[in-house]
Design a binder for this molecule. Structure first.
Ligand code: ADP
Length: 581
């Protein structure tokens, strides 16, 4: 009887407590560590949700941090739509809200019912006019937008995702460029335009379009100056994979090049009055007398016809479109991808349907250091700062700073088709991306090589080999010569600053080298090799620049150099031809 009374009292008390809204805290796991929320709720209503701590990528994760809490409160539901392209952060916020509710005994399941949405209002047809319409707001699209606007054009940018930046936003390394003011300031005199052309052609197995490579290299220093002129300096210079030369230009503070450039390019677009329509997907090109005169596009409620003097396709690659990739390489069906969800080759498909030619479509790059569980790329900068790759036998197995295709192929030959990337505290102190790997649980770490081998779960023989490998490597760095594999860059400092770290990696789909055939003026070419009037393309949607394999740092150089050319030329063409009637 007494027990029943106590139970009844407890139930009554807790019911009474829940009648009053409570402020609760919960934690979810994001891309880059914990996402903490503060929730005010009772057992029927969520009154407020606030993200109080997170470390998500600016631009990508922060969109979910801004928008999802509002949606949860508005719909009084955790079952709100995940923000497209931002699934991990969205899920982390939902998980944190769930945890917060459950911490007070509130039944989170009661909030898992999706709100009934009103049926969408009728779609409205809208016609827009501009001088230059740009499809895609990644690196190439935003660069072209700034440049076209500087050239006097009225610019409209269409972006299908809820955020700008595309794959460019994920670029962690730097931008290759030759003959720059920053190389000169550092006394780097052996890494000029000619060497850059040769390295890019060699890296691409000589199948690159030499005219495009020359254009990229010759305009790269100017592109770096132009970036500096809009407040995006890249003054640090390092070597990239596959070359002994130092072209890789990085932000001064060690931040990732992609988010750094995209933030600045977007801000400049805004200052210049460029309109960027998010969640707006271009679906087809509008042609008149065989010339591009606009695009059709749609968002949730509108069907747009955009009439423009010129069109720039800057839709990026197709590394997230498995149907397109497996058409050219069936072996990729089960490979993980590092690409954002919008990399579906739309610009290629739209242009091909009006007669455009493509080149090197079967050349799809595997990046050797991808964390397989999430597709997160471990930046090449970690190796260029001195990290090495070892296999499960505790041994190095290749020149770990060779080109991406060579290192990926070497990994696939190992007994478990992968490797460990090994780095130390010196690298962590100097490279912000490594902190993200640690926060996100990718690493194992230890204070000695023996202990690291144990954390990597190497067997006894492999552990002994690993310790020997590290000692041999440190001696090679001291001697300036890698007798075993002939590595000749990223050897400035040894791996002797404890603690030591390891991440398990394997190859993942990274870059689609092939795409639309363009000339050095970024005009899209048809199957006869003639330019399609009014149609320009830049960035990963094009092919020919990187040939059979792209070297690290050249994606950014590609989008800045050719984005600028496309912006300038499209603006000029539009001024000469006017907008279609
Ligand atoms: P690049 O480096 O060549 O600029 P990114 O991947 O950075 O390539 O950017 C391409 C952008 O184009 C992405 O933001 C992507 O979402 C956008 N995009 C792709 N297809 C379309 C489309 N059909 N309509 C509008 N935007 C698109």
């Amino acid at each position: 009887m007494k027990r029943l009374f106590v139970l009844l009292m407890t139930m009554l008390l807790s019911a009474a407590a829940l009648a009053e809204p409570m402020t609760l805290t919960g934690v979810g796991r994001g891309i880059d560590g914990d996402v903490v929320v503060e929730v005010t709720a009772d057992d029927t209503t969520i009154y407020s949700v606030r993200v109080t701590a997170h470390n998500e990528t600016p631009g990508i994760g922060t969109v979910a941090v801004e928008k999802l809490p509002e949606a949860i409160v508005a719909e009084n539901s955790i079952a709100v739509d995940t923000i497209s392209g931002v699934t991990v952060t969205s899920s982390a916020i939902k998980e944190a809200v769930r945890a917060a509710l459950e911490s007070a005994g509130i039944d989170a399941a009661a909030f898992e019912v999706a709100a009934v949405k009103e049926t969408a209002a009728e779609r409205t047809a809208v016609t827009l006019e501009c001088d230059v319409v740009i499809v895609g707001a990644g690196g190439a699209g935003l660069t072209a937008a700034v440049k076209a606007s500087q050239a006097g054009a009225q610019v409209l940018v269409l972006e299908k995702m809820p955020i700008v930046g595309g794959n460019s936003l994920k670029a962690t390394g730097g931008m290759n460029a030759a003959g720059t003011q920053f190389q000169a300031a550092l006394g780097i005199t052996d890494s000029g335009v000619q060497a850059f052309i040769e390295d890019t052609m060699n890296g691409g197995h000589q199948i690159n379009d030499p005219a495009l490579v020359t254009t990229m290299a010759e305009n790269s220093a100017d592109a770096v100056d132009w970036l500096a002129s809009i407040g995006a300096e890249l003054p640090k210079v390092a070597a990239t994979g596959g070359t002994v030369h130092k072209y890789l230009h990085e932000p001064a503070d060690g931040s990732a090049v992609g988010s750094y450039l995209i933030a600045r390019l977007s801000a400049v677009c805004e200052e210049a009055g460029v309109t960027v329509l998010l969640n707006t997907e271009a679906t087809e090109l509008v042609m008149e007398n065989s010339a591009a005169v606009g695009v059709k596009a749609q968002d949730e409620a509108h069907d747009y016809t955009v009439k423009a003097g010129a069109v720039i396709l800057a839709t990026g690659g197709f590394g997230a479109n498995y149907e397109m990739m497996t058409q050219v390489d069936a072996s990729l069906a089960n490979a993980v991808t590092t690409n954002h969800a919008g990399a579906t080759g739309d610009g290629i498909l739209m242009a091909v349907s009006v007669g455009a030619d493509t080149v090197d479509m079967e050349r799809i790059q595997l990046h050797p250091t991808v964390y397989q569980e999430t597709g997160l790329l471990v930046s090449e900068s970690v190796r260029s700062m001195g990290a090495i790759l070892v296999n499960s036998e505790g041994k190095r197995f290749c020149n770990d700073m060779s080109t991406r295709d060579a290192v990926s192929a070497a990994e696939l030959e190992q007994s478990d088709s992968g490797a460990y990337i090994i780095f130390d505290q010196r690298i962590v102190d100097n490279l912000s991306s490594t902190k993200k790997y640690i926060n996100n649980g990718l690493t194992v770490q230890a204070d000695t090589y023996e202990a690291l081998a144990a954390a990597m779960e190497l067997n006894e023989e492999a552990s002994a080999a690993f310790v020997q490998t590290m000692e041999t490597w440190n001696a090679a760095v001291a001697a300036g010569e890698d007798a075993e594999f002939g590595r000749n860059n990223g050897m400035d400092e040894d791996l002797a600053t404890a603690p030591y770290y390891a991440i398990r990696v394997a190859p993942g789909i990274h870059h689609t080298m092939g795409g639309l055939k363009i000339n050095p003026d970024t005009q899209v070419l048809d199957k006869q090799g003639s330019a399609i009037p009014g149609l320009y393309a830049a960035g990963e949607t094009t092919g020919g620049v990187h040939g059979g394999n792209r070297i690290g740092g050249n994606a950014v150089c590609d989008f800045v150099v050719f984005g600028r050319i496309a912006g300038e030329n499209a603006a000029q063409y539009a001024a000469a031809h006017g907008t279609a009637e």
